[in-house]
Write a protein that binds this ligand. Sequence first.
Ligand code: NDP
Length: 271
Amino acid sequence: MKGLKGKTVVVTGASSGIGEALARECAVQGANVVLGARSLQKLQLIVGDIRSKGGEATYCAVDVTKPEECRNLIDTAVGEYGGLDVLICNAGLSMRALFDDVDLEVLHRLMDVNFWGTVYCTKYALPYLQASHGSLVGISSVAGLHGLPGRTGYSASKYAMTGFLETVRIENLKKGLHVMVACPGFTASNVRFSALTADGSSQGETPRDEAKMMTPEQVARIVIRGIEKRKRLCLMEAEGRATHFIKKFAPGFLDRMFYMVMAREPDSPLK
Ligand code: NDP
C-alpha cells in the first residue's frame, strides 16, 4: 500500500489513547477515517477536530462485544466512502490481578472485548478488505508475545488475537490480504486506569510512571509505517524487540525478567 491518501480506514477504540492517535494520524495522511468506540461524545469531539484541520472522518458508536454493532461500523465505512482498505482492531481492555484471586467474569470480559471484538469486526470487514487487497491490523501487545504476570486474561486474549489473525492471513494467502499483528509495549494512555481488578471494578489509577512510556502518537506512526510496508509483525521499541528475541533463546530468563519487573510495581499482586 503506497500511503494512506484516499484510503478508507476503520479504527476501533478511537475515542482515546492509541486508537485516537491512529485515527488522527491516518487523517493527516489523507485517509477517510471511521472512528468507532462507545463514547459518542468523545468521538464527536475528535472527528470535529480532525475536520477542522482539513481531514476527512466520521464516527460510529460501537460496542465491539456486540456483533450487530460491529457490522454497523463496517457498513458505515462502506456506505460513507464506498469500500474499506484498512481495519485496525484496536479497542482493548486490560486487567491487574493474580489468577488465584480473579473473578472468572473478568477473563470473559477481556476475551469479549479484545478477542471477540477483533473477530466480529474482521468477520464483517473481510469481504471488503479482500476486494481492496487491503490491510487487517490487530493491536496486540508485548503481553501477546510472552505471558505477563497479573494479566492472565489480557495475555490470553492477545495470544488468541494473534492465533486468529495469523490463521486469517494464511487462509487469504492467495487473495492479496495483508494481516499485521502490532505489539506495543507500555504506552501512556487510559488503559491502566480502566484495567479491571480481581472483582471486575476498574483500577482507576496507574501503577506505573506514564511519563516514561511511549506516546500513543509514536505508536501510531510506527503502526502506519508497518501498514505501508505490509509487515506481518510490528514491534515498537527495545522492550518488544528484546522480548521477541530472548523468548526464542532463553524463555526461562524472560519469565524471571517479567516476574521481576511486574513485582516491582507499587501494590503488585505478585507477593
Ligand atoms: P485506552 O484505554 O486509552 O483506549 C482503549 C479504547 O478502547 C478506548 O477508545 C475505548 O473506548 C475502547 N474500548 C474499550 N472497550 C470497548 C468496547 N467494548 N467497544 C468498543 N470500544 C471499546 O487504551 P490504549 O489506547 O492503550 O489501548 C489501545 C489498544 O492498545 C488496546 O488493545 C490495548 O490492549 C493495546 N495496548 C496498549 C498498551 C499500553 O500500554 N497502553 C500496550 C500494549 C497494547 P470507549 O471506552 O469509548 O468504548
